[in-house]
Design a protein around this ligand. Sequence first.
Ligand code: DC
Length: 221
Amino acid sequence: MEKIVIAIDGPAGAGKTTIAKELAKKLDIPYFSTGSMYRALALKCINNNLDPESEETANYIAENTKIALKYENGLQYVILDGVDVTNKLYTDKVSEGASKISVHPVVRQKLVKLQRETANSQSVIMDGRDIGSNVLPMANYKFYLDANVEIRAKRRFDELIKKGSNVTFEEVLADMKDRDYRDKNRKVSPLVVCEDAIVIDSSNLTIDEVINEFFKYIGGK
Ligand code: DC
């Protein structure tokens, strides 16, 4: 098979990672969720009591952190300073920290370099905020997966309630709106819809329906 590179960007909670994982299985190529790398740096900030918004933290983190990605048996793993932290990355505190640490250019430079190296040597599906616009502008396919903010917040709220949390929908919605604002308005590589991106709105679609939408384009070019 020829090398294929697929970029999926979009706001938090649109289903990018779920779709990337499913597509990767069907195409038998690895997927990398770049948000997990920003999340790993946020985890390091939390563990060391560092403020992810400060420039000093950003410089320290960029200079003193080893991040590696691994893909095995259909799943992606993130290794932070030699330790597998994959299952510690999906908490609300880490989400907020990731959105904050990711505004710093010095942090982005470090992670973007690693992301490009990862896609250099193999077929990949990569999801994030700036994959089509900045990390892999030569991707064969660029998708922008969107969904209405209330629907994204409702998906997240249902997940949290299932886990036993007692948050309110309004709190989850407010967090989602904050993250959207930060991701779309930061100075470096904000979330944008690229000119050549295929926009898919998952608001009223099931996972299978979204996958079908993707396959209308992949292979049909
Ligand atoms: O996709 P995610 O929710 O796991 O991403 C977590 C945060 O990381 C997100 O709020 C913004 C940041 N991020 C980024 O700035 N650039 C990327 N390519 C991926 C994520």
